[in-house]
Ligand binder design. Structure first.
Ligand SMILES: *Cc1c(COP(=O)(O)O)cnc(C)c1O
Length: 380
């Protein structure tokens, strides 16, 4: 029998979360962001749940090929554009839209032989200082790009550094608006946090007829709250798209003073029972999650005990006398799904954001780090 660990990808949750993005910005078109293999969910596995989007945004050309191989004929956007000139050949062949964020990418386009003009998004560095043209050089880049016969539509794009926090988007949005006000073209500015907290950022601002806006829904599509812990997924009505679950493979009875695991970091203060779950950091569970990190056992909330090791971890069964060998352990996602239809699963959700926080990281990192060795199944 294989190890009992598995990950489930919830097609309905993906579709539901995408619908939440639509409801937040009803006038915008929606990119489902599927970079990093759909945030660890698997592009092919997430496709069914996300195909209601207007387009797919990613940055790896091999992933763009996979989206086309699934039969997607709609827009596909390369968020970082071409990495070298010959990437434009694939962009031509697969009709990929691509970001243009630096002058070298314009040079490559100017030298590119294409049958059909490319649809591009010109990126402004409005304060993130990662990709894009600075505001003072943006319009010159636009003019140069717009004059190229290789280029058709030129969309306008920027990315926010603080949409999820107190900094907000105002300053960057003002810069972007001031520079682009009279330029034609579609806008794309909002990530998940901006969609939810700022209703898509620029969406709705009067800028004349420019053919519509695009928002870029990443993390929210997968059911994680971009602004956790200020708000949680339930606040935004998002559902986990991934469940990581396993089973207890044995239990231990501890006496006061007994310690658990490597480094003996946990000491039992009283007699207690623990379970040993078949999940460790080699499965993608964060090793930095300390004792007390929330976990569900048979759908009941409890905490981890001691250090996470490579293949196993301990969980507290003090309050769960019925739990034992074979009990289901949910590391994140939905407890009890798939096996037990008799319970309302809505109150047995363990958000990946809570686990991430206990490990000093964010939900994004945990979902992207799901290990290769974990078998994954698509479910409803
Ligand atoms: C990853 C990414 C997004 C999606 O961000 P989320 O916070 O996951 O919604 C949007 N835009 C760009 C440019 C990105 O790289």
């Amino acid at each position: 029998m294989p190890r009992p660990i598995e990950a489930l990808i919830h097609t309905n949750a993906l579709a539901h979360n995408l619908a939440r993005a639509r409801a937040a910005v009803p006038d915008a078109r929606l990119w489902a962001v599927v970079k990093a293999n759909a945030y660890g969910h698997g592009i092919e596995r997430a496709y069914e749940g996300l195909r209601g989007a207007d387009g797919f945004a990613l940055l790896d050309l091999a992933e763009a090929e996979r989206i086309r191989a699934l039969g997607w004929r709609g827009p596909v956007l390369l968020l970082e554009g071409a990495f070298e000139p010959r990437d434009l050949e694939l962009a031509s062949r697969l009709a990929l839209w691509h970001t243009v964020h630096c002058s070298e990418q314009i040079d490559w386009l100017a030298a590119h032989k294409t049958a059909a003009p490319h649809h591009v998004f010109l990126k402004m560095n409005s304060g993130m200082n990662r990709l894009g043209f600075r505001p003072e050089s943006y319009r010159a880049a636009w003019a140069r790009l717009n004059a190229l016969p290789q280029v058709g539509e030129v969309g306008l794009m920027t990315h926010f550094s603080d949409a999820d926090g107190a900094g907000g988007i105002e300053r960057q949005l003002r810069t972007f608006e001031a520079v682009t006000r009279d330029l034609p073209g579609e806008r794309s500015v909002a990530n998940s946090a901006a969609i939810l907290r700022h209703h898509g950022g620029a969406i709705g601002a009067p800028r004349g007829d420019h053919g519509g806006d695009w928002v870029r829904a990443g993390i929210m599509s997968y059911g994680s709250a971009a602004d956790f812990p200020e708000h949680d997924a339930a606040h935004w009505d998002l559902r986990p798209a991934m469940t990581l679950r396993t089973r207890l493979i044995t239990t231990q009875q501890l006496e006061p003073g007994d310690t658990v695991g490597y480094g003996s970091s946990f000491t039992a203060e009283r007699a207690m029972r623990i379970g040993i779950a078949a999940c460790g950091y080699a499965d993608g569970y964060p090793r930095h999650a300390g004792s007390g990190t929330p976990v569900l056992v048979d759908g009941e909330r409890t905490g981890t005990v001691g250090r996470v090791s490579m293949d196993m971890m301990a969980v507290d069964l003090s309050a769960l006398p019925r739990a034992g060998l074979g009990s289901e352990v949910t590391l994140w996602g939905r407890g009890g799904c798939g096996d037990r239809r008799d319970r309302d699963t809505s109150d047995t959700v363990l958000s990946i954001d809570e686990v991430a926080r206990a490990a000093g990281t964010i939900g994004y990192e945990l979902m992207c780090a799901l290990a290769q060795r974990v078998p994954v199944r698509v479910t409803e």
